[in-house]
Design a protein around this ligand. Structure first.
Ligand code: FES
Length: 322
C-alpha cells in the first residue's frame, strides 16, 4: 500500500482517502538511507543482553535508533528486528504506539508543552499558543532552521509545578508565555540553557542516547526532587506518620467500602483518625517522590526504557535527608 496526500492504493488498485495522513506508520516508502553503523548494531546487542528476554530491550533500542537517525527509521526498525529475532511488523507496532517514538525527524531540540488539564488551566494552553505563533509552527512541527520541534504533551507527572514545559525531557517549571519564549530563543541561538531543576540542556539526540541506557555522567547535575514534590513527605515526618507494614496491610481483609476504607483499616491499630489520614498522606508523598526517582532512570543511573530524563533527579538519599 502506498500513496501521497492522503490518497492510498492497495495492490488491487483500489483508492481511498485517509483522514489520518499525518498519523500513519513508519515511512517505508521514503528515504531509506541510514546513519546506523556496525558500532550501533553492537550497542543494540549490548542492550539486548541486559534483559532475560531480549525482546524486552526493544524500547531502549528504539531510543538508540532515534539518537542516531533523529527518528525511528525503516532501517532502524529492520536492525532492531534482526538483533532481537522478531518481525519488522512487531517492531513497527511498538514504535507507532508510543508517542516518544517519532516517525518524522525531530529538530535539534524537542520542546513539549503540557496541555493536560491542570497545566492547561494554569497557562499551558497559552504557553503552547504563544510558542506556536512565535516559532511559526503547528503541533509536532519543526522550525525551518531545524532547531525546535514543538509538541503538546500529556501530563508529565509534574503537576505540582504546573504549567510545565519539557526540553529534551528536562523540566521547566511554572513557565509563562514570556519565559517559554526566552528558552526557545536561547536554544535557537545556541546559548547555554539550564533546566529549572539544574540540568544543562543537551540535544534531543543526546537525551535519546541516555534513554537507550548509555549514561552521560550528568545524573547528579543540579538539585534533585523539588520542594513541592516532597512537601507531603516532610509533613508526614514532622508528625511521625508512617504507612502500615505490608504484613499488616495483607492481614486486614478489605471491606466493600472500597480502597479508602481498606487503607484506613490497614492502619487500624488503635491510632487516632488523624494518624490514619497521615499514613495515607505519607503513601501519597512517597508516591510523589517515586515519580522523581523514575525520572532518574533516564539520566543513565539505571536503564529505564520509557522514563523521562532527569528534570527531577530524586534519589533515595535525597528523600531521606529532605
Ligand atoms: S498536568 Fe501537566 S504535568 Fe501534570
Amino acid at each position: 500500500m502506498s500513496g501521497t496526500n492522503g490518497h492510498l492504493a492497495d495492490h488491487s488498485g483500489h483508492h481511498f482517502t485517509t483522514h489520518f495522513v499525518e498519523s500513519g506508520g513508519v515511512d517505508f516508502d521514503g528515504d531509506q538511507t541510514t546513519a546506523l553503523t556496525e558500532t550501533h548494531l553492537e550497542e543494540m546487542r549490548q542492550i539486548a543482553a541486559r534483559y532475560p528476554q531480549p525482546r524486552s530491550a526493544l524500547l531502549p533500542m528504539l531510543h538508540l535508533v532515534q539518537s542516531v537517525e533523529g527518528r525511528v527509521s525503516p532501517a532502524g526498525i529492520e536492525a532492531c528486528a534482526d538483533v532481537l529475532g522478531i518481525s519488522a511488523a512487531e517492531v513497527s507496532g511498538v514504535a507507532t504506539f508510543y508517542t516518544m517514538y517519532k516517525r518524522k525527524p525531530v529538530g535539534r531540540h524537542h520542546v513539549g508543552v503540557c496541555t493536560t488539564a491542570l497545566c492547561a488551566i494554569l497557562g499551558g494552553d497559552e504557553v503552547l499558543a504563544t510558542l506556536q505563533r512565535h516559532l511559526g509552527v503547528g503541533n509536532d512541527e519543526t522550525t525551518e532552521d531545524g532547531a525546535i520541534t514543538l509538541e503538546h504533551i500529556e501530563c508529565n507527572a509534574a503537576c505540582d509545578y504546573a504549567p510545565v514545559m519539557m526540553v529534551n525531557w528536562e523540566f521547566f517549571d511554572q513557565v509563562t508565555p514570556e519565559s517559554a519564549v526566552e528558552v526557545v530563543d536561547a536554544l535557537r541561538e545556541g546559548r547555554e540553557v539550564v533546566a529549572s531543576r539544574g540540568a544543562r540542556i543537551s540535544s534531543w539526540r543526546e537525551a535519546e542516547r541516555v534513554l537507550a541506557g548509555f549514561p552521560d555522567n550528568r545524573a547528579d547535575h543540579g538539585p534533585t526532587a523539588g520542594e513541592r514534590s516532597l512537601l507531603g513527605l516532610r509533613i508526614a515526618r514532622e508528625h511521625g506518620w508512617a504507612a502500615p507494614s505490608p504484613q499488616v496491610a495483607e492481614e486486614v481483609e478489605p471491606e466493600v467500602a472500597g480502597p479508602a476504607a481498606s487503607e484506613a483499616e490497614a492502619v487500624g491499630d488503635g491510632q487516632p483518625d488523624s494518624s490514619r489520614r497521615g499514613a495515607a498522606e505519607r503513601s501519597t508523598a512517597e508516591a510523589d517522590a517515586g515519580t522523581s526517582t523514575d525520572s532518574e532512570h533516564a539520566r543513565g543511573t539505571t536503564p529505564g526504557p520509557e522514563a523521562k530524563t532527569s528534570g527531577a533527579q530524586a534519589s533515595g538519599e535525597d528523600q531521606e535527608t529532605t
